[in-house]
Design a protein. Structure first.
Length: 149
């Protein structure tokens, strides 16, 4: 019984993130694909998230269930273990999130090349959603980033 309730809550959180990322913004590229962040080690869907303080496009998530780190898209290429990191926090003070990544693709391209990446987090305490980092992908081919969430 409790497994069903957990699945319903998970689906709702992801659907809210997906809806948020697909909503058109005046000053942003449209999102064509949304992928949910899921821990590759244990299947967990709750994370603490850190970003490099002075490096746009460098986001690491840590699974709250098993402690395994994962990088969003090509973030590992820019991550510096010696650098200053910032822990993402909600305005309510909590630092535990569900996460999804929105990908804007080049519309006039016949490949899956990614133009822009948006990392959205949903606070597990208050359900507030926001984009915590976004960046341009300036190379191709880059379609493999769609599976690196």
């Amino acid at each position: 019984m409790s497994g069903s309730a957990g699945t319903a809550a998970h689906t709702s959180a992801y659907e809210e993130l997906q809806e948020f990322l697909l909503r058109p913004e005046d000053d942003a590229y449209p999102v064509h694909e949304v992928r949910e962040c899921v821990c590759k080690a244990c299947g967990g869907r709750a994370f603490s998230v850190t970003v490099m303080a002075e490096e746009e496009g460098s986001v690491r998530r840590t699974c709250l269930a098993c402690g395994v780190h994962g990088f969003i898209a090509d973030s590992e290429d820019f991550w510096d273990d010696e650098g200053e990191v910032e822990v993402c926090g909600c305005t309510c003070g909590h630092e535990e999130f569900t996460a999804a990544v929105g990908f804007s693709l080049y519309e006039d391209d016949e490949t899956d090349d990614v133009r822009w990446i948006y990392v959205a987090l949903r606070c597990q305490a208050c359900a507030e959603i926001g984009v915590y980092d976004d960046w341009k992908v300036g190379y191709g081919p880059s379609g493999m980033l769609l599976d690196q969430v």
